[in-house]
Design a protein around this ligand. Structure first.
Ligand code: UD1
Ligand code: CA
Length: 454
C-alpha cells in the first residue's frame, strides 16, 4: 500500500490564547497539544510526519526533535491551502496524505484510521461533524442527491449556506498526486484573501472524484482550541474519559471529576482512589491499593494492598505490598519501599531502599540510604548525607533501632541489631548489636533556684 504521510498544520499564531507560548505547545493532560497529534499520527503508522510551523517555529521545533518528525517552515500564514502546499516537495507522488491540525489534539486514532480507509485515487475523504451551532466553521455543501460539492467558509457563505449544520473539521485525507495538481492552482480571491485548503473539494468534484465524509463518535474529538476556555473544556472531557477507564479497569473513585491523569495509569482490581489525586508520567497500581485525598503520584509503582494516606507526594518511587505511606509523606526518586514498610507523616525519603517491615514513622529525612529489614527509625532522625560538596551513604542493618532525634552523619554504617540512643549525633560506624549513645551526659543540680526578677 502507498505510504501514509501526515501533514500537521501548526503555523498559526493563536492570538486568542494571550500567551507567549505557541498555541500548539499548550498542554492537555500535561502534554503539549501538538505532541498528542504526533502520537496519534504514529499510532496510524505514518511513514513521515510533516509539521508546518511558523509562529514560534523555533520553540515548537525545540519541543519535539524526533527522527520521524519533519518540520516545514511556513514563513507567512497565507491560509491552510498555502500551509499544506509548503509540504508538497516532501510528499512522494504515491503517498496518501492525512491533514491534521496541531490545535485539534484529541482525535482518536480509530476515527482517523476509518477516514484513511475510505481513501483511494478516486476519492477525497473528509471528517465532518454536525453541530447545533455551526458558526465560524466551513460548511459542507451537498447537492440534492446528498453528494458533497464544496466547502464554503463562514465568511463566504450565503444565508442559505450558513444554515447548513454539517461542518468541516479541517481534517481530510487525499492522494498526494491530486494535491500536487490542485494546491498550486488555488486562488485567494475570497473574503479572507487566503489560500483555502477547503477549495480542493470543489476541484476534486470538477475532476470527477467522489468526496466522502466520515464522522467522529463525538464532537470533542474534533474540537479545536482557540482560547483557554476551550482548552479547559477539552481537558475536562479527556479527564472524564481517563476516570472512566480507571473505573472500568477496577478502581473505585470517590469522585470521577476529581482525579486527573497526566500520563498513563495501569491498575489492578479493587482500588480505592479518593478525591484530588493527580497521576503523572507512568504509574502502576496493584490490586487493592488505596489512595487517600490530595495525593500527587508521578512515575511510581505501588504494589498490591499498599495504602497511601492523605496529602502524600510520591515521585520516581516504588512502594511494596501492604506498605503504608503518609499522611503527609514525600517519597522522592530512588525510594524503594519493601513489603509491610511504613513511612509516616512529615517523612521525606530520597534514594532510600527500605527493607521489609521497616518503619520510619514521623518527621525524618532519609536520603542515600540502605535500610535492612525490621528497622525502626525514631521520630526526627536525619541522615546527614551532604557535606556541602558530596553526597554520602548511610547503611542500616536488619533490626536496628534508631532513637528519636538522631543525626546519622554519612558515610556511616549501623551494624545489624544495633541500638542508637535518642538525641545522638552518630559520626562513626556502630558494630552489630552495640549500643551507641552520642550526646552530652545529663547533669542534675539538686535544689536549683531560678533567678528572680530584679
Ligand atoms: C479552518 C477551515 C474550516 C474549518 C475549520 C475547523 C480552511 C480555509 N477553513 O478554518 O473549514 O471549519 O478550520 O476548525 O481551511 N494554519 C497554518 N497556516 C496558515 C493558516 C492556518 O498553519 O496559513 C493552521 C492554524 O495554525 C490552525 C489550522 O491551520 O491550526 C486552522 O487554521 P484556522 O485559521 O484556525 O482555520 P479556520 O479559519 O478556523
Ligand atoms: Ca480554527
Amino acid at each position: 500500500m502507498s505510504p501514509l504521510h501526515v501533514v500537521i498544520l501548526a503555523a498559526g499564531q493563536g492570538s486568542r490564547m494571550k500567551s507567549s507560548l505557541p498555541k500548539v505547545l499548550h498542554p492537555v493532560a500535561g502534554k503539549p497539544m501538538l505532541h498528542h497529534v504526533i502520537e496519534t499520527a504514529r499510532q496510524l503508522g505514518a511513514a513521515r510526519i510533516h509539521t508546518v510551523i511558523g509562529h514560534g517555529a523555533e520553540q515548537v521545533r525545540a519541543s519535539l526533535e524526533a527522527d520521524d518528525v519533519h518540520f516545514v517552515l511556513q514563513a507567512e500564514q497565507l491560509g491552510t491551502g498555502h500551509a499544506v502546499a509548503q509540504a508538497l516537495p516532501d510528499l512522494p507522488d504515491d503517498a496518501r496524505v492525512l491533514v491534521l491540525y496541531g490545535d485539534v489534539p484529541l482525535t482518536g486514532a480509530d476515527t482517523l484510521a476509518q477516514l484513511v480507509d475510505r481513501l483511494d485515487d478516486t476519492r477525497l475523504a473528509l471528517l465532518t461533524v454536525t453541530l447545533d451551532h455551526p458558526q465560524g466553521y466551513g460548511r459542507i455543501v451537498r447537492d440534492d442527491q446528498d453528494r458533497i460539492r464544496s466547502i464554503v467558509e463562514q465568511k463566504d457563505a450565503s444565508p442559505a449556506q450558513q444554515a447548513i449544520r454539517e461542518i468541516n473539521t479541517g481534517i481530510l485525507a487525499v492522494a498526494a498526486g491530486h494535491l500536487k495538481r490542485w494546491l498550486p492552482a488555488l486562488s485567494n480571491a475570497n473574503a479572507q484573501g487566503e489560500y483555502y485548503l477547503t477549495d480542493i473539494v470543489a476541484k476534486a468534484v470538477d475532476d470527477g472524484l467522489t468526496v466522502t465524509a466520515t464522522q467522529p463518535a463525538t464532537a470533542f474529538e474534533v474540537q479545536g482550541v482557540n482560547n483557554r476556555v476551550q482548552l479547559a473544556e477539552l481537558e475536562r472531557w479527556y479527564q472524564k474519559r481517563q476516570a472512566e477507564t480507571l473505573m472500568i479497569n477496577g478502581a473505585s473513585l470517590a469522585d470521577p471529576a476529581r482525579v486527573d491523569v497526566r500520563g498513563s495509569v495501569t491498575t489492578g482490581n479493587d482500588l480505592w482512589i479518593d478525591v484530588n489525586v493527580v497521576f503523572e508520567g507512568t504509574v502502576r497500581l496493584g490490586d487493592r491499593v488505596t489512595i487517600g485525598p490530595n495525593c500527587l503520584i508521578r512515575d511510581a509503582v505501588i504494589a498490591e494492598g499498599a495504602v497511601i494516606h492523605a496529602n502524600s507526594v510520591i515521585e520516581g518511587a516504588s512502594v511494596g505490598p501492604d506498605a503504608q505511606v503518609g499522611p503527609f509523606a514525600r517519597l522522592r526518586p530512588g525510594t524503594e519501599l519493601a513489603a509491610h514498610t511504613k513511612v509516616g507523616n512529615f517523612v521525606e525519603t530520597k534514594k532510600a531502599v527500605v527493607g521489609e517491615g521497616s518503619k520510619i514513622n514521623h518527621l525524618s529525612y532519609v536520603g542515600d540510604a540502605l535500610l535492612g529489614r525490621h528497622v525502626n527509625v525514631g521520630a526526627g532522625t536525619i541522615t546527614c548525607n551532604y557535606d556541602g560538596v558530596n553526597k554520602h551513604r548511610t547503611e542500616i542493618g536488619d533490626g536496628v533501632f534508631v532513637g528519636s532525634n538522631t543525626s546519622l552523619v554519612a558515610p556511616v554504617t549501623l551494624g545489624q541489631g544495633a541500638t542508637i540512643g535518642a538525641g545522638s549525633t552518630i559520626t562513626r560506624d556502630v558494630d552489630d548489636h552495640d549500643l551507641a549513645v552520642a550526646r552530652g551526659r545529663q547533669k542534675n543540680i539538686a535544689g536549683w533556684e531560678r533567678p528572680k526578677k530584679s
